[in-house]
Design a protein around this ligand. Structure first.
Ligand code: UTP
Length: 290
């Protein structure tokens, strides 16, 4: 595991998941399984592989399954042990050993920016990562690791970006930026959900950030926007005016797993990659004669 200058990560998971209703009426979106692992576990594993040791999960009502998932499961472990299911037992125990977890409740879903602000007292004066469970990145080098490498060189906030088709920029925050070197941009400004003809680039912000504590003051100054939500992008715009901020174009395939179609795509591709399921699953898909 790499030693890291960034050891804390916030995973906001208090959103209502309206794009995934009715599944998300009583179950957290973050617990939807990609094959057999909940989305949030992929994100936690990415963070840990990047050197993160402390994970702060922002939760809300109806999200307790997340806490249970990362806790020990005494009865289940006892049962697996009694039945000699050693491999499964090891896999289950490893989940609660991934990192140090702590939880903060966001009492009202007042936006991603507000969710991040809820963890201010746990961050102190150090850089930290923010990872969104909606974005699953399948990458040879963990996406967050790619960003920490940039942070370690420049000691400035870093935002993960990937190019998207022009026709889709209206779904994202988009950066206005100057290229600095291959896959690295200096951010001048950010625009939330621009019209294609008004977009300053096709580089969309995806759910990975390395931030410095100044973001909390910026969030404090950010007035609530649409639906009374405090947007992280608005605070990033304030920060980009005060500090050099980089956009790192992330290598790897990204899936928008918070969206039904994106989730289906991820499920098919992750299923095909699985050593135990890939072959029969491929055969089954072929038999569909699409
Ligand atoms: P999204 O807007 O994508 O998530 O927020 P959502 O609100 O859950 O989903 P939809 O759009 O209604 O389907 C991005 C991330 O920020 C978290 C979400 O849990 C998600 O991981 N979030 C959002 C919070 O933690 N609190 C909020 O108030 C809003």
């Amino acid at each position: 595991m790499p030693s890291s200058s960034v050891i804390k990560a916030i995973i906001p998971a208090a959103g209502l998941g309206t794009r995934f209703l009715p599944a998300t009426k009583a179950s957290p979106k973050e617990m939807l399984p990609l094959v057999d692992k909940p989305l949030i576990q992929y994100v936690v594993e990415e963070a840990v592989a990047a050197g993160i040791r402390e994970i702060i999960i922002i939760t809300g009502r109806g999200k307790r399954a997340i806490e249970d998932h990362f806790d020990v499961s005494f009865e289940l472990e006892e049962n697996l042990r009694d039945n000699g299911k050693k491999v499964l037992l090891k896999e289950i125990q490893a989940i609660s050993d991934l990192a140090d977890f702590c939880y903060v409740r966001q009492r009202h879903a007042r936006g991603l920016g507000h969710a991040v602000l809820c963890a201010r007292h746990l961050i102190g004066n150090e850089p930290f990562a923010v990872l969104l469970g909606d974005d699953i990145l399948d990458a040879p080098v963990p996406a967050l690791r790619q960003m920490i490498e940039v942070y370690d060189r420049f000691r400035c906030p870093v935002v993960g970006v990937q190019p998207v088709p022009k026709s889709e920029v209206h779904r994202y925050g988009v950066i206005k930026a100057e290229p600095v070197e291959s896959d690295l941009y200096r951010i001048e400004d950010l625009v939330e959900k621009p019209l294609p003809e008004k977009a300053p680039s096709n580089l969309a912000v995806i759910g990975r950030y390395i931030l410095t504590p100044e973001i909390f003051d910026a969030l404090d100054k950010t007035p609530p926007g649409k639906n009374g939500e405090i947007q992280l992008t608005d605070a990033l715009r304030i920060l980009a005016r005060q500090k050099t901020m980089y956009g790192k174009r992330l290598q790897g395939t990204r899936y928008d797993a918070g969206d039904k179609l994106g989730f289906l795509k991820a499920t098919v591709e992750f299923g095909l990659k699985r050593p135990d399921l890939g072959k029969p699953f491929r055969q089954y898909l072929k038999s569909l004669k699409l």
